[in-house]
Ligand binder design. Sequence first.
Ligand code: AMP
Ligand code: GLY
Length: 425
Amino acid sequence: MNVCVIGGGGREHTLAWCLSFSDSVDKVYAIPGSQAMEDVATCKNINWKDTEALIAYLKAQVVDLVVVGPEAPLVDGLADRLRAAGFAVFGPSKAAAQLEGSKVFAKNLMMKYNIPTAKYASFSEVEPAKTFAQSLGLPVVIKADGLAAGKGVVVAQTRQEAEIAIEDMLSGNAFGQAGHLVVIEEFMEGEEASLLAFVDGKTVVPMIASQDHKRIFDGDKGPNTGGMGTYAPAPVLTDDFRQVAIKTILQPVVDAMAKEGHPYVGCLYAGLMITKEGPKVVEFNARFGDPETQVVLPLFTGDLGQVMMDCARGQLKAQAVTWSDKSAVCVMLASKGYPASSHKGDVINGLEDVQGLDQVYLFHSGTKKVDGHYVTNGGRVLGVTAVADDLQTALDKAYACVDKIHFDGQQYRKDIGQKAFKHKL
Ligand code: AMP
Ligand code: GLY
């Protein structure tokens, strides 16, 4: 079959790469893709919002399955439009993507179905919001309802910080429409893990758990980013906790979505806090994580195209989802000024020194080719993934490659994966 990936970042590079060696897949397309993705996909620069042009191209290339990478098109209903045009789609409908698109929807659903998450309430008025925030003590978490590019969450350490966040969001100044409703929730203590799952509307098959590093600086300091690095498997999610998470979170939410009339098809991403009482939901995302994908898929040993098509057809089978017992690490290289801003056009040197090394993969997040050389073209630039028999070897390998790659203003974290060593490996 022919498959098309929508998107052009590091996650989509990884998806297209993994699809490119699926036995079931003849040809991989990417819209818009990126220059770096050309080595695994045929890329075409069409805006996903131009439904007519998109569908005409997919039909002309005889695409069988469309994989929607980012949240924005999913929340906008692209999967519904593609299904209506006759394509098999890996990705939730607009209604099902509300799990990510509206924090109020996700929290209300969890409350209705008793899915473990932080205590909360939602507000559109400033004063009652402040009163509720005060009742929760400190720290307290304030979240804009809608999509805010990963920036809609404030973990307030002081009452003043909480009040400013509430006022900024509800006034519409901070996130526009996305912030006209806020969720205020209790702070959960623990370590985070990302548990992604294949879902076909009813059946849930979880992937290997991974852990992201969201803050820009070592030791989880500084502002939040889209993710500065990941590793998998994440030992904080022990086998026991994993079973609990499947039984109390993943399966119940998929059952709940079906019951509510919005069956969920695609990758369901559960951001979990592993608390003393067990795993609780921090957030749901309606798509693969970035850069979680960059460590999860290199450990996948099944046929990704087939598994995604089975999800789209409601025929997912657990036996088709198989994994290697190795470890994977992704170190994200970011450009000068990230996350407040980004710097474009800095020449990236040293890529040729790591290209083609055994079990080393470069997944491009924001690069562009100018005169035959890659330059920076975004905040997150390049994910350097290494796979090895154990986490330490994978870390050594990834950082040896990072040492060979240079561009002006390059930033990366040196402590990716260190939390794993607190646990029994
Ligand atoms: P989110 O976008 O919902 O994943 O939130 C971004 C980050 O804020 C999460 O990765 C957590 O580190 C933190 N966070 C969000 N909600 C909570 C909570 N209720 N308790 C503790 N930390 C939280
Ligand atoms: N890495 C966090 C996310 O994809 O939302």
